[in-house]
Design a protein around this ligand. Structure first.
Ligand code: AMP
Ligand code: ZN
Length: 436
């Protein structure tokens, strides 16, 4: 295994050392937070008036959670701790679900975030000789620029392709012998389904690795990507509120994601009660950013559901690993009273070998009842066989889904390329039921 470190001392530091560093950094973040309109009201209300009021890491739990709504209500400057002359970059969330949220970075903050990104890239074994095609969108979204800066710092050659224009993406990969991709898993699968049309074979390309993230995906999807492209795919997790990608990243063992604990304090809570869950148990990920001072954010509720591995990783890093994101506490579907996450459906369908590169989950009203329809693309060779084979496959998919989500959805099988494709984050669920 090609185990490389970016900052070995920190990456392999013993737990006590990491906790000590976290406490020092938390105090310093509290000092910055007290300069923001938002936290200068909130912290004194729980008796925190200075960094000295934080004696141990447990004191963090005196601070109430910060919610996405807090960011919205304090848009645009309520969480800014410095004069804008100190700010070198802003990013905002898309705002598709309401008022956008904004993050601010000082030069020092950007430097720290870039370093964490460089560390993440290095953990996968990528380095100076690699050529990275960055297909995440550049601009207000963090995915493109943050990876770009991190990769430049490591010394990879970066192709700032951004998302979209699939034909050109493939030409770029071919012409510049791209070895690493940064991309959403759904877009990567879409690219695969276009290769034949462009007259390109996987074997013509020089791909070795892909950093896949920004959207939920199952282990089956990762395997499919790895098999189709003959590459290693590494899960990359991040969110704009925490500076974007690089919060947690897989190392060469691809056994879930090291969450960089010198930069973030992670708590896993029961989303209903807000209480910490025991180690190793699933819950909502809550993050405190320890490396951003221009806009401090503490105990931010991500809504992402995951658990922490307690066992150490073979790579020697001591930072705990976050599981793949199992769902979001706000994307649960309730179908005729049965709760399920879209990720459970993906988990099943993407493991079925006949299923191709895309799927969609539709929910509609059928009289008084809800109707769940799972649409999957098949590889074209499947349509050459007998009709009976197709029928058997339909019932197999239906049965396997029933075993996981307890209800049997209607299954539709589609030709490759016929379901909506996405160049960035995929929208998998189309729920046309009237909102209550
Ligand atoms: P954004 O703030 O637009 O970058 O979106 C961040 C959200 O994307 C996270 O809170 C997750 O819900 C999702 N996300 C990012 N990376 C991953 C990943 N590797 N696996 C699953 N979901 C992810
Ligand atoms: Zn590891």
């Amino acid at each position: 295994m090609d185990i490389r470190y970016w900052n070995k001392d920190v990456e392999t530091a013993d737990v006590q050392k990491i906790r000590h560093l976290q406490l020092q950094r938390l105090k310093s973040i509290i000092a910055s937070a007290l300069k923001t309109p938002f936290y200068s009201r909130r912290l004194p209300s729980v008796g925190i008036n200075s960094p000295d009021d934080i004696k141990t890491l447990d004191d963090l739990r005196r601070i109430p959670f910060t919610m996405k709504d807090d960011l919205r209500q304090n848009y645009p400057k309520g969480l800014l701790s410095v004069d804008t002359s100190e700010v070198v970059r802003i990013h905002t969330s898309s705002g598709t679900t309401g008022i956008p949220t904004v993050i601010y970075l000082s030069a020092k903050d950007l430097d720290a975030a870039t370093d964490i990104m460089a560390r993440s890239i290095t953990a996968t074994g990528a380095g100076r000789t690699d050529i990275l095609q960055n297909m995440m969108s550049y601009g207000l979204f963090t995915g493109g620029l943050c990876m770009h800066y991190g990769a430049e710092r490591v010394g990879l050659m970066v192709i700032p392709a951004a998302g979209g224009n699939t034909k050109r993406q493939v030409s770029l990969m071919n012409d510049f012998r791209t070895t690493v991709l940064h991309i959403t898993p759904s877009y990567l699968l879409h690219i695969h389904s276009k290769l034949a049309e462009y007259g390109v074979k996987v074997g013509d390309l020089a791909l070795k690795k892909a950093f896949i993230g920004a959207e939920p995906h199952s282990e089956g999807t990762r395997r499919k990507i790895e098999e189709l492209f003959k590459i290693d795919a590494y899960n990359s997790y991040g969110l704009s509120e925490m500076n974007g990608p690089g919060v947690a990243f897989e190392c060469v063992y691809k056994n879930d994601l090291h969450l960089w604990e010198d930069a973030y304090i992670v708590e896993i809570i029961n989303p209903k009660t807000g209480q910490l869950v025991p180690d190793g148990q699933e819950g909502e990920v809550v993050l405190t950013n320890l490396i951003r001072h221009a806009m401090p954010l503490m105990r931010y509720r991500t809504r992402d559901l995951a658990f922490l591995h307690i066992e150490p990783c073979k790579c020697g890093r001591t930072h705990r690993r976050l599981s793949r994101i199992l769902g979001r506490s706000d994307d649960m579907l309730i179908i005729n009273g049965v709760n399920m996450f879209p990720s459970q459906i993906e988990e099943v369908v993407m493991k079925i070998p006949e299923v191709g590169n895309n799927y969609q989950i539709c929910v509609e009203k059928d009289g008084a009842l809800d109707r769940l329809i799972v649409k999957v693309e098949l590889y074209s060779k499947m349509f050459l066989g007998e009709a009976k084979q197709i029928d058997n496959l339909k019932s197999k998919i239906g049965e396997e889904l029933k075993a996981s989500i307890t209800i049997k959805p209607a299954i539709e099988l589609h030709e490759p390329g016929s379901l909506p494709a996405f160049e960035g984050k995929a929208v998998r669920v189309v729920d046309t039921r009237p909102k209550l």
